[in-house]
Design a protein around this ligand. Structure first.
Ligand code: EPU
Length: 441
């Protein structure tokens, strides 16, 4: 198992290219099951979760082919190692529609596997998907996915840990409310939207998620021939069509990776130029960081980040888009640990998503958890320690803390980071971080 060794205290300076969005690419790969003919996706990041989804749709009869990378590696700043070359596009084509089962072996490694449910039911009339278990950030039920597809006419039963869905004839469009107790569901909205694209008649999804990843998937479906309106708002209208055909699409930039590197610049008191960003997707993050004292300027698709030495304390609550994303809560908390006063962070999407608190405290932070809220008393300095990565975003927070802590931080179990951050140590090393991947048996 790999670990990271990080020596804190270096200022980041230079350029980083933001990868394509993991959370957009995953459901989009599943959506490729809906189309006849080849789909070409550009900007799909190289991540272990993407490999898992490619394997899953491969088992479901898709031929998946990755082209060679485009362009040469770009030089790093001031004699630092080079930045990785850009990824080549991915071709996906359904060649066999017999297999309808998503096995537990894959589903247990990646919850986004549930995204094949809607496309399989709509296109093949049957789906067997292993029920995803809980994960480090909470229970994460899939009841809203199932309820939405039921309203379109699918019938479900559970057997031996699997959800078995069947459709007699064709799914039938209807008007439905898709929200749950914690608000809208991102992947649930995408799952039902994908299914409705091939249903008979009109579907109206009320209480739909507005996240950029939902919009990106809708844009691909539209290129495939779907008739969708209102994506990006809480009411999506989908007029079903008879068939969808392969298309070409570029995945949106990863707003969470971008937000993480903005915070990396701020926490190291550095200066970063981030390329391939869409700041409109980070409006609430920019709002909070502005109050902290982080300077963020945009020029087309590039943003420039710098920060003053003094970090103001802030209050922040995670919310569905356009609110502050839960996927950046841990990273912001790492920054606020060094704030000049007391900050308050409340988690509304996954109220148990606080595994990073204990590890940050081991590094000298002063964070106290009270239910879904964390109270952070800023400290002057954090110290390097041996810490454990628990989930993807919590691990990113530890990398951030490690870059500013005094001494060396060792982060074990970095396979969590590899699920969602493409070549993070290479990207950070290229702008001056002292970070190394080690594999000690
Ligand atoms: N929920 C239900 N029932 C459902 C589905 C969701 O009660 O059937 C609840 C969840 O428990 C949660 C809330 O609804 O309280 C929102 O969850 P959502 O369904 O929106 O989450 P998701 O679609 O499963 C995606 C991202 C997560 C991100 C969340 C919230 C992917 C692959 N995952 O998950 O990303 O945190 O939206 O924005 O897109 C990550 O990248 O680290 C990550 C966890």
């Amino acid at each position: 198992m790999d670990s990271f060794l990080i020596r804190g205290g270096t200022r980041l300076k230079g350029k980083i290219e933001i990868s394509g969005s993991k959370n957009s690419a995953l459901p989009i790969l599943a959506a490729c099951l809906l189309a006849n003919g080849k789909t070409t996706l550009k900007g799909v990041p190289r991540l272990s979760d993407i490999d898992s989804m490619a394997k899953l749709i491969g088992e479901l009869g898709c031929h998946v082919f990755r082209h060679e990378p485009g362009g040469a590696p770009q030089p790093g700043a001031d004699g630092q190692p080079p930045m990785p070359a850009l990824n080549g596009p991915l071709d996906i084509e359904v060649t066999d529609e017999k297999q309808c089962e998503a096995r537990y072996d894959i589903v247990k490694t990646m919850r986004a596997s549930i995204c094949v449910l809607g496309p399989l039911l709509a296109k093949r009339g049957r789906a067997v998907v292993s029920i995803p278990g809980g994960c480090a950030i909470g229970d994460r039920p899939v009841d809203l996915h199932v309820r939405g597809l039921q309203k379109l006419g699918a019938e479900f039963r559970t057997e031996n840990g699997n959800i078995i869905g069947e459709v007699r004839g064709r799914l039938k469009g209807c008007r439905m409310y898709l929200g749950g107790a914690q608000g809208p569901t991102v992947l649930g909205t995408i799952n039902v939207m994908c299914a409705a694209a091939l249903a008979d008649g009109e579907t109206v999804l009320v209480g739909a998620a507005c996240e950029p990843e939902v919009v990106d998937c809708a844009e691909l479906l539209i290129k495939m021939g779907a008739n969708i309106k209102g994506h990006g708002t809480p009411e999506i209208r989908i007029e079903g069509v008879d068939q969808l055909v392969g298309a070409e699409h570029r995945i949106i930039p990863d707003r969470i990776e971008c937000g993480t590197f903005i915070i990396a610049a701020a926490i190291t008191n550095g200066e970063l130029e981030l390329k391939n960003c869409n700041l409109d997707h980070l409006i609430a993050v920019v709002d909070r960081l502005d109050e902290v004292g982080v300077k963020i300027e945009r020029q087309n698709g590039t943003i420039f980040v710098s920060s003053s030495r003094r970090l103001n304390p802030v209050e922040m609550t995670t919310q569905p888009f356009p609110g502050f994303p839960t996927d950046l809560q841990a990273q912001l908390m790492a920054l606020l640990c060094l704030g000049d006063g007391m900050s308050v962070v409340t988690e509304r999407i996954f109220p148990d998503r606080f595994l990073h608190v204990g590890e940050l405290n081991r590094m000298g932070a002063r964070v106290r958890k009270e239910g879904p809220t964390a109270i952070i008393q800023g400290v002057k300095e954090m110290q390097g320690a041996s810490v454990m990565a628990s989930d993807l975003r919590a691990s990113a927070a530890l990398v951030l803390a490690g870059m500013v802590a005094r001494g060396t931080t060792r982060i074990d179990r970095v396979y969590h980071i590899d699920r969602g951050y493409e070549k993070i140590e290479q990207k950070l090393a290229a702008v001056g971080a002292d970070i190394q991947r080690v594999n000690e048996k």
